[in-house]
Ligand binder design. Structure first.
Ligand code: CAA
Ligand code: NAD
Length: 278
């Protein structure tokens, strides 16, 4: 299988890495060479760590050798499966899928790693709705077991089966759901993170205490504010907007503090500051 990934950020880089670890030939695209270089650096570090722990089949160099980095979308023409992992913005993703629908060979499957945007809308934009699906990896991709597989309105059984089997070949556990705002994962996770942010805004407790209470009290591996910083506050806000708009209920309204921090450029780990400094 020839595997394509669009976006070399934290998710795209991780997806490309795990696909290459699983023996697939991978092509990764981003809009600038500098973003590809940064993504490659993150993959190198992760592979070195996994190699040190004896968790790789083959050497990091062999695995990296299966990944080609490009800025040219035309390089996806002969891909069997292309997974998109760019910014969480429906208009930007839809425009990309419109182009990909014209570039990728007719038999190729297109998938989105979106956290929340309707799969059915992106499927329509691609012009090949039966061969379109949500393939939602979790962060950090090399360590997390789940792939949430989201069927759009017109996704074919064959597409769902190929993507499910591909996730399994990547060592992941695929679990399916239907196309509703935030799917299962972020419909349940993100309101909790938003509520933790609301607690900061209302002065219920300091961030360290909020995270400590949820880590020690609920056995969560990361507190909700650490996790929001890890995901990216821009991404968290985009997901909350989709939930609020798509489900309507006031309980999904993004916290004003979340909005303000994104406006201020405090995006969490990726910008060097969010609820904590990095
Ligand atoms: N690649 C390779 N190794 C990695 C790595 C990566 N990307 N990230 C961390 N590691 C390694 C660390 O280097 C560390 O190695 P050592 O033990 O040798 O030091 C080891 O993994 C454990 O890491 P840490 O000690 O830093 O921290 P930890 O024990 O807390 O584990 C974690 C890290 C697995 C990320 C854990 O904190 C965790 O599960 N956090 C929650 C993650 C989560 O909820 N993800 C879902 C986010 S939501 C989402 O993805 C969907 C969406 O649409 C927003
Ligand atoms: P990121 O900001 O780390 O990376 C996004 C990358 O996409 C950047 O390198 C950017 O240059 C590139 N990009 C933007 N527009 C592009 C375009 N038109 N063509 C090619 N590349 C483009 O973001 P991320 O955290 O990797 O998130 C990517 C996607 O994955 C989003 O849809 C997000 O909702 C989803 N997601 C994120 C997480 C998470 O925890 N961060 C988890 C699961 C899913």
């Amino acid at each position: 299988m020839k595997f394509g990934v669009i976006g070399a950020g934290q998710m795209g880089g991780g997806i490309a890495q795990v696909a290459a670890q699983s023996g697939f030939d991978v092509v990764v695209q981003d809009v600038q060479q500098a973003f590809l270089d940064r993504g490659r650096g993150v993959i190198e570090k992760s592979l070195a760590k996994l190699h040190e722990k004896g968790k790789l089949t083959g050497t990091p160099d062999e695995i990296l050798g299966r990944i080609r980095f490009t800025t040219d979308l035309a390089d996806f023409a002969d891909c069997d499966l292309v997974v998109e992992a760019i910014v969480e913005n429906e208009a930007v993703k839809a425009e990309l899928f419109r182009k990909l629908g014209e570039i990728v060979k007719p038999a190729g499957i297109l998938a989105s790693n979106t956290s929340s945007i309707p799969i059915t809308a992106l499927a329509s934009a691609s012009g090949r709705p039966e061969q379109f699906i949500g393939m939602h990896f979790m962060n950090p991709v090399p360590l997390m077991a789940l792939v949430e597989v989201i069927r759009g309105y017109s996704t074919s059984d064959e597409t769902a089966q190929i993507v499910t089997e591909t996730a399994q070949k990547m060592g992941k556990t695929p679990l399916s759901c239907n196309d509703f705002p935030g799917f299962v994962s972020n419909r349940i996770l993100m309101p909790m993170l938003n509520e933790a942010i609301q607690c900061v805004m209302e002065g219920v407790a300091e961030p360290e205490a909020i995270d400590g209470i949820m880590k020690l009290g609920m056995n969560h591996p990361m507190g909700p504010l650490t996790l929001a910083d890890f995901i990216g506050l821009d991404t968290c806000l985009a997901i909350m907007e989709v939930l609020h708009q798509g489900l309507g209920d006031d309980k999904y309204r993004p916290s004003p503090l979340l909005r303000k921090m994104v406006q201020a450029g405090l995006l969490g780990r990726k910008s060097g500051q969010g609820f904590y400094k990095y």
